[in-house]
Ligand binder design. Structure first.
Ligand code: HBI
Ligand code: FE
Length: 288
């Protein structure tokens, strides 16, 4: 997104990279874009988003009518799990990002995507962050997981093993699926804020869907500008939290000796929920 389109790009920022959201500055056009993004996506979520997400959406009273005021939203969120939302202009350095997560502050982009980028954009905007990421922060177990992830991120940075940890974030926080008695449901924010991938991730026959295993996820490379070639399926947020409440050092040492896996690869020991036929990816440069 060009800087001139992101009207917060030059906003004065504090040492922790936060800026003022300046909620009164949003135009009617920006609020209307939020309203359309919200309506289009909310219509797809029943039966596809996990119950924990849908319940949290209600608990947080996330407004469908316009861009939420982060301070008002944070007051409701903090009362539930102690998390708050802080405004940033865009991506912040990894150490800053993890420091915020470790302190239960979620850095959310204050800008909203331009009309021509309604379906996809590189940088996390206010719709991706608030509609995609923030609701699950109202779920106590997920809230603890993400804080643990932030603390782990700071440790991983210190050891130069960020790449492995970033994969954990990518394949869970951004693109994770949940196994439920009613079938697969979505919890990843990258999916929950994308209409096309909301359908693709749980209904398309193209991708692999593999049971979550921490070491396996940390070996898996990922593609950032197309649908995922594989989705990892978690048995529950407790499982995710338990996977993260462990000392990663032995795991990091083992990972140094193991090869990375391509997104389309199936590894020995993988518990395959669905084996993809990759028809969507045929003919695409980066895929199988
Ligand atoms: N900054 N604002 C913002 N949002 C992110 O999701 C984000 C970031 N900085 C770094 C980052 N994500 C990733 O590198 C981490 O997931 C590792
Ligand atoms: Fe995100």
């Amino acid at each position: 997104m060009e800087r001139d389109e992101n009207r917060y790009a030059d906003a004065p920022r504090r040492a922790d990279w936060t800026i003022d959201q300046n909620w009164p500055s949003y135009s009617a056009a920006e609020h209307d874009r939020w309203r359309r993004l919200y309506a289009r996506q909310a219509a797809l979520l029943p039966g596809r988003a996990c119950d924990e997400y849908l319940f949290s959406m209600d608990a947080l009273k996330l407004s469908p009518d316009g861009v939420p005021d982060f301070d008002a939203l944070s007051a409701r969120l903090a009362a539930l799990t102690g998390w708050r939302v802080v405004a940033v202009a865009g991506l912040v350095p990894d150490d800053v990002f993890f420091e915020h997560l470790a302190n239960r502050r979620f850095p959310a982009g204050a800008f909203i995507r331009p009309e021509e980028a309604l379906d996809y954009l590189e940088e996390p905007d206010v719709f991706h962050d608030i509609f995609g990421h923030v609701p699950l922060l109202a779920n106590p177990v997920y809230a603890r997981f993400l804080q643990a992830y932030g603390e782990g991120g700071l440790r991983a940075l210190a050891r130069g093993q960020l790449a492995n940890l970033a994969r954990l974030y990518w394949y869970t926080v951004e693109f994770g699926l949940l196994a439920t008695p009613a079938g697969l449901r979505i919890f990843g924010a990258g999916i929950l804020s994308s209409p096309a991938e909301t359908i693709f991730s749980i209904e398309d026959s193209s991708p692999n869907r593999i049971a979550f295993d921490l070491e396996r996820v940390m070996r898996a490379r990922y593609v950032i500008d197309d649908f995922q070639q594989c989705y990892f399926v978690v048995d529950g947020f407790e499982r995710l939290l338990e996977a993260c409440y462990r000392d990663f050092v032995p795991l990091y040492d083992r990972l140094r000796t193991e090869t990375d896996l391509e997104p389309h690869e199936i590894a020995p020991g993988d518990v395959l929920i669905t084996r993809g036929d990759f028809h969507y990816f045929r003919g695409k440069a980066h895929a199988a």
